[in-house]
Design a protein around this ligand. Structure first.
Ligand code: SF4
Length: 420
């Protein structure tokens, strides 16, 4: 199979950026730990002074990154968690204001209904946030209790409406294949969420992760409600309902109205370099951006030859960051990717998008992955990809059996990723 594209150059420009396209700030505090959660977050009292000190440390680190030119031309910023709204209006306002001063066209913040008072919404708006992503998960009280969430359906609906009325772009996170959920209750949650006037919905099937309360509670049970079939069925139901209400699915789990896509999340799937600050935050850097950062962060080693991309994860704990906010004090887990591995990774991530694989990426990948056409041809023959306009895009089967699709694309790159 030979699709002809010749715009590799446009794609390769992003591999040469010396500054980040996107910035992620991680707030690792939650009011309590949900039963299914294995994210980097810890239950924290609302009056714990660590939250304010940690926030100010992030503000300081953002300033330092700005000073070295690592955030020039920043397009998006995202404050995630954890529960950023738990910081409260004054501290969250300082963090949002710092990110906003960088001039991103989109600035998102995650929030939970139980900690997103009107003062928090005002702090988001007045300091330059454009978007809030609210952890609703379900609009059924029994399911919310099972998940270990602190809000009930009524509070969630009231807070989402308040955010919509404020003029922020609002996204709702919903979760399917959860304990107690039925086809009828999932339908009701979807309908109720759509009726709130949000312009973006993310839908995730529950994953039972090791070490969580759910892992202990259900590890010896046959969880029909979370089977692959149940997950696929609920995801398809969400697709039908959301598309019926003019939400466009632009990624496996993401739906937006009127072009209100999350540009920040799209940057993760389209090979744009991003910087992440905070405990366990991840970065994906071009070689140029890595070298720029390593001038500040003495712990970053010289990259081995042949490296094209570097992935970092912050190792410092919340207290370490709060006590010593200097970039120079950060420690990282490091992964060095070759050009071929970076291209395979971009193909894998690009296959999450309904728009399909960027022709520039395919052209670029053809240069560095000799068996690309054979692999793509096989994925088309097996029904995972199809041609949509001038692009190869995932089929319904490709979305529902994404792991198989992503593994075959990642398998194009030879060798293991080098860790340091
Ligand atoms: S609110 Fe989110 S990050 Fe916090 S414990 Fe629950 S799922 Fe995890």
């Amino acid at each position: 199979m030979a699709l002809k594209f010749d715009n590799a150059h446009a794609w390769e420009a992003r591999l040469e950026r010396a500054s980040a396209y996107a910035l992620y700030l991680h707030v690792p505090f939650c009011a309590q730990k949900c039963a299914y959660c294995d994210f980097a977050s810890w239950a924290t009292r609302r009056d714990d002074p660590l939250m304010s000190a940690y926030t100010d440390a992030l503000v300081s680190q953002v300033r330092e990154l700005g000073d070295i030119g690592a955030l020039e031309g920043l397009r998006t910023a995202y404050i995630g968690g954890g529960t950023p709204s738990l910081l409260g209006a004054p501290a969250l306002g300082r963090l949002v204001a710092r990110a906003s001063a960088l001039g991103p066209e989109e600035l998102s913040c995650e929030a939970n209904p139980d900690s997103m008072g009107d003062d928090v919404i005002d702090a988001l708006l007045s300091n330059g946030a454009t978007r809030v992503s609210i952890g609703v998960q379900s609009l059924n009280d029994f399911e919310l209790r099972e998940l270990g969430r602190l809000h009930d359906a009524e509070l969630a609906q009231e807070r989402v409406r308040a955010a919509v009325d404020s003029g922020l772009d609002v996204s709702c996170d919903l979760m399917c294949a959860i304990p107690g959920q039925t086809d009828a209750s999932w339908h009701e949650t979807l309908e109720a969420a759509i009726a709130l006037g949000t312009t973006h919905v993310s839908v995730y099937p529950l994953m039972i992760e090791e070490g969580t309360v759910f892992d202990r509670r259900y590890s010896n049970e046959d969880c029909d409600w979370n089977s692959d079939e149940a997950q696929a069925c609920r995801m398809q139901k969400a697709q039908v309902e959301l598309e019926r209400h003019e939400f466009n699915q632009y990624e496996v789990a993401s739906y937006a109205k009127n072009g209100k896509v999350c540009k920040h999340n799209i940057s993760y799937w389209t090979g744009q370099p991003y910087l992440g600050l905070g405990t366990k935050a991840s970065s994906m850097l071009t070689l140029k951006l890595y070298l720029k950062l390593s001038e500040k962060c003495g712990s970053l080693p010289l990259p081995p030859s042949g490296v094209s991309r570097v992935r970092l994860t912050v190792k410092n704990s919340r207290s370490q960051i709060a006590c010593d906010p200097r970039l120079a004090s950060l420690r990282f887990n490091i992964e060095f990717l070759t050009e071929a591995q970076a291209a395979a990774e971009d193909l894998m991530l690009g296959a999450r998008m309904r728009a399909g694989l960027d022709p520039g990426l395919v052209s670029h990948a053809r240069r560095v992955l000799p068996s690309l056409d054979e692999c793509l041809g096989g994925l088309v023959a097996d029904g995972y990809l199809h041609t949509r306009g001038s692009r190869l895009a995932p089929t319904q089967r490709g979305w529902l059996l994404g792991n198989e699709l992503y593994e075959r694309l990642w398998g194009l790159a030879p060798g293991d990723v080098l860790e340091a």
